[in-house]
Write a protein of this length. Structure first.
Length: 275
């Protein structure tokens, strides 16, 4: 079955792997990039099956016209992959106001507006799938990633509420939670806040050391991860979450177990407040 996919951020990382695998398999892809020349090879190779548009997710006024144009170009949308985003790293106090706003606008508000723009088309077309790229950082929080975690925990809450809202229309929603992968995310697209000397002794300094050292390699194979994301579209019902990577599984299960243990210890206190 040939499907039509809308994927944000197809120039690098998971978006690029998804686009390449889908196009080579005969599917059609409407992709977005910030620079059109970054996908010139895909345009040349897959002229009829690949439609690309420039889009910066912080320009929210352009999101709906881009989604509408993608639908008009191919006549339908089957799967929407909200992939574009980046990591902002540093202690919360180190972040500039502009960095805070840009991170929220890109990862959270941009993702929300993309999905909202796609929903009328998916409903009209009789259903479909939404894949929202989250992260192990959507379930676990590490020092030095407060704003990045804010965006990922935020989009997870949005998607969790969205899923039952759109289920009656045949639309499935899957949150993708990869661990570290050998993409450009860590050493290419991640942004470091300006340093405050006082935080050199803080646990938040660890992420700064990793990004500045540039030698630590992630475990995850992005091509395998992309293939598993694609495979979820054939699963019914849509999995609510897709955890990818042994590091992600270990960190997420550990965090959930600890959180549940802490909540259970408060049962008597919680019940004591009822009238």
């Amino acid at each position: 079955m040939t499907r039509t996919w809308l994927i944000t951020g197809v120039s690098t990382g998971f978006g690029r792997h998804l686009a390449e695998q889908l196009l080579s398999a005969g599917d059609r892809v409407a992709g977005t990039v910030r620079r059109l020349d970054s996908v010139a090879d895909l345009v040349a190779t897959y002229r009829a099956a690949f439609h690309v548009a420039p889009l910066d997710l912080t320009d929210t006024a352009r999101i709906r016209p881009v989604v509408d144009a993608a639908h008009a170009h191919f006549g339908r949308l089957d799967v929407v992959v909200s992939n574009a985003g980046y990591g902002l790293m540093g202690a919360a106090e180190e972040l500039t106001d502009e960095q805070v706003r840009h991170q929220l606008d890109t990862n959270l508000l941009g993702s929300i507006q993309l999905i909202r723009a796609a929903l009328p088309h998916l409903r009209a077309d009789g259903g479909g799938r939404i894949l929202q790229l989250s992260s192990v950082g959507g379930q676990v929080a590490f020092p030095g990633g407060s704003l990045y975690h804010a965006t990922k925990w935020g989009i997870e809450g949005f998607a969790d509420a969205l899923a039952p809202e759109v289920a009656p229309f045949g639309i499935g929603v899957t949150l993708v939670e990869p661990g570290g992968a050998r993409t450009e995310f860590r050493y290419g697209s991640s942004v470091l806040a300006p340093a405050i000397d006082a935080y050199a002794a803080s646990p938040s300094a660890r992420i700064r050391q990793v990004l500045e050292d540039r030698t630590a390699l992630s475990l995850g194979d992005p091509a395998r991860m992309a293939a598993l994301m694609i495979a979820t579209v054939d699963q019914t019902p849509a999995p609510r979450r897709l955890v990818l990577g042994s590091d992600a599984w270990t960190a997420i299960t550990g965090a959930l177990e600890k959180r549940l243990e802490e909540v259970r210890e408060q049962k008597s206190v919680a019940f004591s407040t009822d009238l």
